[in-house]
Ligand binder design. Structure first.
Ligand SMILES: NC(=O)c1ccc[n+]([C@@H]2O[C@H](COP(=O)([O-])OP(=O)(O)OC[C@H]3O[C@@H](n4cnc5c(N)ncnc54)[C@H](OP(=O)(O)O)[C@@H]3O)[C@@H](O)[C@H]2O)c1
Length: 331
C-alpha cells in the first residue's frame, strides 16, 4: 500500500533553530552512514526512515561514500524517497557531503573544487534529487587552499544545487578561518557536523564557542558512541550483527573493564529516572542549546523508537547532571 505520512507527525518533535539562520532542525535527526548500504536489508531501512518521518524527524543525513559499497546509501535513500516521500519533499532536509576517498585518481578525495562539484552532481543523480538542502565539506584538506574549498561550497549554493553550506570535522581554529571566508562570499555557514557524546567531548573545548560567536549550528554525530552508550554491550559481550561484531568502525577491544564500569554506572543512573542509557545519552547532548540536533544511527525501527523516546522523558535536574558529570570524569 502506498505510504501516507501520519497526520500528527509534528505533535511530539521539537525543532531548534540552526545557529542564527532561518532553518530549524529536529532535535533528533537520522543518519545513513550504516544500515542503508547495498548490503543491508532495504525493507528494514525503509521502515526505519518512514517511522522517523512519522515522528517528525525531518532531517536525513548522507554522504557520497556511505554504503557499503560507497554511494549505495544515497541510492537507498533515492529509492525510499521516490517510492514514499516524493510528495513531502518540501518537508524534508536532506544533506550530503564530499571530502573522503570516493573514486580513483587525484580528483576523488579531500577538498578541491573539481572533486566537490563533480561529487555533488553524482550524489544528486544517485538520490534522484534536483538539490540537497545542506552540502558539507566532509573533512578539512591540509593541502587545498581553504578559499578554493569554500568558494566551491558558495558556488554550489549559488547554483541552487544546495540550499545551505556546512563543514564537518573542522577543528575550532579551522572553523574560525572557514566561516568568515564563506560569509565574505555571501553564503553563511549554516552548520558544523561534529562528533560528540558523553565519551567524546572535544567540541566543548573551543569549537562550540566559535560556532556560537559566528552564528552557526552544531549537529552532533555518533551521539551514542556507535552503540556503546546503549544497552547493547553492558555485560561486555558483543551481540551478533552489532556494529562491534563487524569490527571495522567499532572494535570489541574498546570494551575495556574501565569503560564497562562507566557505562554501567550511567545505565544505573538512567534506570533510576525510568530512562535507558541511550535516552540519557541523547538528552545529555540536548542539555546544551548550542547543539541544534542529535544525529543518531539506528539499525531497526525499535532502536529508533527507543531513541526518540528521549524527547518525551523529563529532562535532568541539576543534581542528576552533577552525578553524570562525576561518572564521566571520575569513572
Ligand atoms: N561527518 C562525519 O564525519 C560523520 C561520521 C560518522 C557519522 N556521521 C553521521 O552521524 C550518523 C550517526 O552516526 P552513528 O551511526 O555512529 O551514531 P550512533 O547513534 O552513535 O550509533 C548508531 C548505532 O548504535 C546502535 N544503536 C542505536 N540506537 C540503539 C539502541 N537504542 N539500542 C541499541 N543499539 C543502538 C546501532 O548499531 P548496531 O545495531 O549496528 O549495533 C546504530 O547503528 C551517521 O549515520 C552519519 O549520518 C557523520
Amino acid at each position: 500500500m502506498a505510504y501516507s505520512a501520519k497526520e500528527n507527525r509534528y505533535d511530539a518533535m521539537k525543532y531548534r533553530r540552526c545557529g542564527r539562520s532561518g532553518l530549524k532542525l529536529p532535535e533528533i535527526s537520522l543518519g545513513f552512514w550504516h544500515n542503508f548500504g547495498g548490503t543491508d536489508k532495504y525493507e528494514t531501512g525503509c521502515e526505519t526512515v518512514l517511522a522517523a518521518f512519522d515522528a517528525g524527524v525531518t532531517h536525513f543525513d548522507l554522504a557520497n561514500n556511505y554504503g557499503p559499497p560507497p554511494g549505495s546509501a544515497e541510492i537507498t535513500f533515492g529509492r525510499i524517497f521516490k517510492e514514499n516521500l516524493l510528495p513531502y519533499r518540501d518537508e524534508i532536509i536532506v544533506s550530503t557531503k564530499a571530502g573522503y576517498d570516493m573514486w580513483q585518481g587525484p580528483y576523488g578525495d579531500f577538498g578541491s573544487r573539481k572533486y566537490l562539484i563533480a561529487s555533488l552532481d553524482a550524489s544528486l543523480k544517485r538520490m534522484g534529487l534536483d538539490y540537497v538542502d545542506i552540502f558539507y565539506h566532509h573533512r578539512p584538506d591540509p593541502d587545498t587552499p581553504l578559499e578554493e574549498t569554500m568558494t566551491a561550497l558558495a558556488d554550489i549554493v549559488r547554483q541552487g544545487k544546495a540550499l545551505y553550506a556546512g563543514i564537518s570535522n573542522y577543528n575550532a581554529e579551522q572553523t574560525a578561518q572557514a566561516i568568515p571566508i564563506l560569509r565574505s562570499l555571501g553564503v553563511p555557514c549554516l552548520i558544523h557536523q561534529a562528533s560528540y557524546s558523553m565519551l567524546n567531548r572535544w567540541i566543548e573545548h573551543g569549537l562550540l564557542d566559535v560556532l556560537e560567536r559566528e552564528g552557526a549550528g552544531c549537529i552532533c554525530f555518533s551521539p551514542l558512541a556507535q552503540g556503546l552508550l546503549t544497552g547493547r554491550y553492558l555485560d561486555g559481550s558483543v551481540p551478533e550483527g552489532s556494529r562491534a561484531s563487524k569490527g571495522v568502525f567499532l572494535k570489541s577491544s574498546s570494551l575495556t573493564p574501565e569503560l564497562l564500569r562507566k557505562l554501567n554506572s550511567l545505565n544505573n543512573l538512567a534506570k533510576k529516572s525510568g530512562k535507558t542509557l541511550a535516552t540519557l545519552a541523547i538528552q545529555w547532548i540536548l542539555r546544551d542549546k548550542r547543539n541544534t540536533s542529535v544525529l543518531i544511527g539506528a539499525s531497526s525501527p525499535a532502536q529508533l523508537k527507543e531513541n526518540l523516546s528521549a524527547l518525551s522523558q523529563p529532562t535532568f535536574s541539576a543534581e542528576e547532571l552533577e552525578k553524570i558529570e562525576k561518572i564521566l570524569v571520575d569513572g
